[in-house]
Design a protein around this ligand. Structure first.
Ligand SMILES: Cc1ncc(COP(=O)(O)O)c(C=O)c1O
Length: 481
């Protein structure tokens, strides 16, 4: 904050402390001062602005009364909130923790809300769940409810239902003590961050990378450093490990969110060598590895490493249904034990009914058949989106052909994706702007389009809407070829 920019007019009818109060409010509103920032002491501020100490004291008191700053005896005065929207209840102003204010952006909530019927959503990463085996799901849930009310309706261990843990352990080739069931892998990331990260710890992660991981790590106070998976430069990764000595390395190695790129076997082996050399634990988030079209990705880091350095997290949202909120962690028993303690503190345990239904569908082959069908349907939808984009954007937009996962990561040539999104929302189509996946400014011209959750005809209409929005935004930007 440049204090020279604060202009106070001694001749004005408005008292100096109120003028100061307005200037500081404006600075908070425009982001020059952020929640959590410390303000100078009243004495120092008086010196900086050549005003009396009483004026500074009155201004801070007024800001505190408006809920924008909080003073702590012996520590000083801190920004505690951004100016509220009109009508927000006074009692709640300034009460939200500065850590939340600083690190929680609106992107995930906007993404969840983009699933409205009138909107064609290319934003949320969801599978073609119109093909979900509803009848088989109903049959197993009914049977479990009737035969095992205690396990479906009662309390369960925080680690997960023993039967599902055993099923997963068999599939992953580990012991059940090394498996923990979570309510979606977003929860796994939250647990890992809360369990392992101490404020100011470093985390090296994909850049661009999964928005939910960025937020979980930052929320726990981690300082993030990026590694660009699309370049897969192992020397750069080694420099980063030497320089930052991170607490952990977070990677999403197959059909990565958002770039859809997959690390080669050679790069995976190189990463493991580095992780061993610098004793850096890896959090491997394989949300998409089973969603390949033609070729299975190389073995996971977890499989390749084998000595407990990798914490392996798997989502069932992309291969089963996001609405059932299921995922799991495979890791060393000691860390599973700690993570289960943290989970028990948060939501106690994951609902038993969906755990048992999943276990039954894993055992009777229904899950695997559905997964095979999803691969086919997703591939078909990817090709429809690529062909529609090709037709609508013979120039102005570029992307790589999808080989699996759920996304196309595209680059605009003449516009920023924020400009396009404003028009696209009006036209009834949504996507994720690239900047959401960068924890520092970046990705302004990128956009992530999810093809898998939309039926082919709607994909075509969505791309037409996108093209109309593009023409509109281009016209407004004044760009001409
Ligand atoms: C890489 C990655 N990890 C985790 C998640 C969260 O998934 P879940 O629905 O299992 O919480 C997502 C969701 O998009 C993701 O892309």
């Amino acid at each position: 904050m440049d204090w020279n920019l604060i202009n106070l007019d001694a001749d004005s009818a408005t008292p100096l402390y109120l003028q100061l109060c307005s200037s500081l409010t404006e600075a908070i509103k425009t982001g020059k001062l952020e929640p959590g920032d410390q303000l100078p002491s009243e004495r120092k501020l008086a010196g900086l602005l050549a005003i009396s100490r009483t004026t500074a004291v009155n201004a801070y008191e007024e800001l505190e009364a408006r809920g924008l700053v909080r003073s702590y005896v012996g520590r000083g005065t801190f920004i505690s909130a951004r100016p509220d929207r009109l009508g927000a209840q006074f009692a709640w102003r300034g009460k939200v923790s500065p850590l939340i204010q600083r690190h929680l952006g609106p992107d995930i909530r906007a993404l969840l809300a983009s699933n409205k019927p009138q909107m064609i959503s290319f934003s949320a990463g969801q599978p073609a769940y119109e093909y979900f085996p509803v009848e088989r799901f109903l049959a197993v849930t009914e049977s479990r409810l009737r035969s095992q009310p205690r396990d479906t309706l009662g309390f369960l261990p925080a680690e997960g239902h023993p039967y599902l843990r055993e099923c997963i352990a068999t599939r992953e080739g580990v012991r059940h003590e090394e498996v923990m069931i979570v309510a979606g892998t977003q929860q796994a990331l939250d647990l890992i961050a809360r369990c392992l990260i101490y404020p100011q710890d470093r985390v090296v992660m994909d850049w661009p990378g999964y928005l939910g991981a960025i937020q979980s790590f930052q929320f726990s106070g981690a300082v993030l450093s990026g590694w660009d998976m699309t370049l897969a430069d192992l020397d750069e990764l080694e420099d980063s490990l030497i320089k930052h000595r991170p607490k952990l390395l977070y990677l999403n190695p197959s059909f990565q969110n958002p770039t859809a790129c997959t690390l080669s076997l050679e790069t995976r082996q190189g990463i493991i060598d580095l992780a061993r050399k610098y004793r850096t634990p890896i959090v491997e988030d394989e949300a998409y590895r089973d969603l390949y079209f033609a070729t299975e990705p190389p073995p996971s880091l977890f499989e390749l490493e084998g000595s407990g350095l990798v914490l392996y997290i798997r989502s069932l949202s992309k291969t089963f249904a996001p609405g059932l909120r299921l995922g799991y962690i495979v890791a060393d028993e000691a860390i599973i034990d700690q993570l289960a303690l943290v989970k028990a503190q948060g939501d106690l345990f994951t609902p038993g009914l969906s755990q048992l239904a999943l276990a039954d569908l894993l055992t009777n082959g229904v899950y695997d058949n559905y997964l095979k069908l999803l691969r086919l349907k997703h591939q078909e939808r990817a090709r429809v989106m690529e062909a529609s984009l090709q037709e609508a954007f013979p120039e102005g937009l570029s992307w790589q052909k999808s080989q699996g996962g759920l996304y196309i990561w595209a680059q605009l040539h003449h516009l920023e994706s924020g400009e396009l999104l404003a028009e696209a929302t009006k036209a009834g189509v949504s996507f994720m702007p690239g900047s959401s996946f960068f924890f520092e400014p970046g990705g302004k011209r990128a956009l992530r389009l999810c093809y898998s959750g939309t039926e082919p005809e709607a994909i075509r209409s969505g791309v037409e809407r996108l093209k109309r929005a593009y023409n509109q935004a281009l016209g407004m930007s004044g760009f001409s070829l």
